[in-house]
Design a protein. Sequence first.
Length: 173
Amino acid sequence: MPCVSTIKPLPEITLLDRIHDRNGFDCGVPALNEFLRTIARQHSSKGISRTFVLTAGTPAMLGFYTLTLCELSVEQLPDDYARKYPLHGLPAVRLARLAVSRKEQGKGYGKLLLADAVHRTSLIAGHAGVIGLFVDAKDDEAGRFYEQFGFLAIPDHPLQLFLPISTVQAACR
């Protein structure tokens, strides 16, 4: 009897493209689904942000995340870091969105997407100055997800989190 391979293609993270099935993606959060379907490619073509998608050999997406650059002031940093920087004009990377398909949740794809975002932040820091990676968590559960990877909550704004560039670079070594 011939051997039939059941090996699935390895997940791959690439820049969002026309070939990806944006309409078939559902993470359970309408605002994230709508962003992916109607705005993500427009923002990419205008240079506003970049959306990266996780696939496994088909146009269907297992998940995605979006990066953009931002500028902050020291009030938007944890106290221990605020003392290190000038008051305004602090460059950083923002993880604007991260979502995993409902069908694929609980399989570690969120961690994989976050690891890729951290890696890309490290690459950006190697070419331009940034103080870290920021994220606005959608709720307490999402905040706890980011905190387990070293993100620090901003005082008085517990759903705004910061991963210092030193932690980003250490994670990528």
